[in-house]
Ligand binder design. Structure first.
Ligand SMILES: Cc1cc2nc3c(=O)[nH]c(=O)nc-3n(C[C@H](O)[C@H](O)[C@H](O)COP(=O)(O)OP(=O)(O)OC[C@H]3O[C@@H](n4cnc5c(N)ncnc54)[C@H](O)[C@@H]3O)c2cc1C
Length: 376
């Protein structure tokens, strides 16, 4: 139960709001929220208004049947990180027209697990705009990456000497499917990782690692490209003129996803800027490869860097991809005194952000309403 003791709708009527209005940083005040003690950020009038979305129209125990309508590799070059762009026809199912860009859906792979039970559902981000690939919400796309690894013990009961090939069930099943194959689907899932109702009211920083770029493909199509002719969405769509930055993090250049399309988009739209952070290759000046947060740090450390938008209250951050990628991003924001995107627990007060442990950041630094997080 929240015990913040203030209501943003009643500014000036509560102790916190009075302090805020009298010029003392409200972030210096402490409050208890949902069991976590936090410093409380100033009331933020730039919080986005998010649209109502539909959720759980089809449940995993009563899935609908879609059909694979397209499938192709979508890495920039030859890479063992096999990742596909997969399109699924949902025409005539209860899911038709229900999705918003940024949401995800469930896939229930055929077959049974080691205990003879049907496989469990796995979630995949929608890589399409809200009107789908076709303009009518009948075809949705996603970006599955084959999970392939050498087996490693996950629990003390597992055989520590077993290093045979581990093949993820659903990602490989989905990547194996041919055009025309049937696929069991549930969803939509997720309500916060969506664009605001008024896209022009904000600027955007999209941070992706690997398949985390999937929802950003949909967002970029929705903000910049617009619906195909004849789509009912044409009646209300206007091109977004806000500044949009995408930072795409991968291990090797060849792993970049949708790279050609994104580069073309950046050439066409002066308000869209595409940046890459490649971690396991040296940069052109001979310096070490970098992660997404290193890129942000480097840009914020120079006077005319491309991340200055982070100091604007208009900016929203969307982070999608590898679990844990937010840790370095949050630490970098705090390091550069960028406020508005994180709430820092009082337990970390007085400890320099450079000394925070990963565990502390995961537990004690939370995103605000201007920072959307989808990591897995
Ligand atoms: C909201 C959301 C959106 C997502 N969007 C996407 C997307 O767009 N694209 C995408 O590719 N994925 C996405 N995912 C991840 C996806 O749901 C699956 O988790 C992923 O595809 C792996 O599923 P799998 O069935 O292939 O692997 P599984 O068979 O489920 O195996 C994964 C599990 O196996 C275990 N494991 C992993 N490595 C090893 C190892 N070396 N040895 C032993 N055990 C191991 C771990 O416990 C791990 O959790 C998303 C997840 C979420 C929550």
């Amino acid at each position: 139960m929240p015990t913040l003791g203030f209501d943003a709708g009643k500014q000036g009527s509560t102790p916190l709001a009075r302090v805020f209005l009298s010029g003392i940083r409200a972030s210096d005040l402490l409050a208890t929220f949902g069991g976590m003690t936090e410093t409380e950020p100033a009331i933020d009038l730039h919080e986005p208004t998010l649209p109502e979305v539909r959720m759980h129209v089809a449940m995993p125990n009563a899935p609908v049947e879609g059909k694979i309508s397209a499938t192709a590799l979508c890495m920039r070059g030859k890479s063992a990180s096999f990742t596909r762009h997969v399109e699924i026809d949902i025409e005539g199912t209860t899911l038709e027209g229900t999705f918003r860009a940024g949401q995800s859906f469930g896939v229930i792979p055929n077959g049974v697990d080691a205990h003879g039970k049907p496989h469990k559902v796995r979630l995949y981000s929608i890589a399409s705009p809200s009107w789908g690939e076709d303009g009518f919400g009948r075809i949705i796309a996603t970006t599955p990456k084959r999970l392939l690894a050498e087996r490693a013990a996950q629990t003390p009961k597992d055989d520590a000497l077993d290093h045979s090939l581990f093949v993820g069930v659903c990602s490989n099943w989905l990547c194996d499917q041919r055009v025309g194959s049937s696929i069991q689907l549930s969803g939509p899932n997720g309500k916060r990782f969506v664009l605001p109702t008024d896209p022009n009211a904000h600027d955007y920083l999209f941070l992706a690692t690997g398949t985390g770029v999937a929802p950003f493909r949909g967002f970029l199509m929705e903000l910049l490209e617009g619906p195909p002719a004849r789509s009912p969405a044409c009646a209300t769509w206007t091109r977004c003129t806000s500044r949009i930055d995408l930072v795409m993090g991968v291990a090797y250049t060849n792993d970049l996803l949708y790279d050609g399309w994104i580069r073309e988009l950046a050439k066409k739209h002066a308000n869209f800027h595409y940046h890459t952070a490649v971690s396991r290759e040296s940069r052109s000046d001979g310096s070490k490869g970098e992660y997404v947060h290193h890129f942000i740090d480097r840009q914020l450390s120079v006077s005319d860097g491309c991340m200055e938008g982070l100091r604007s209250p208009r900016t929203l951050i969307y982070i999608c991809g590898l679990a844990g990628m937010q840790v370095g991003v949050f630490q970098t924001l705090v390091k550069h005194n960028i406020t508005g995107f994180t709430k820092v627990g009082v337990e970390l007060a007085g400890i320099p952000s450079s000394a925070w442990t990963t565990e502390q950041i995961k537990r004690r630094v939370r995103p605000t309403h201007r920072c959307m997080l989808e990591v897995y």
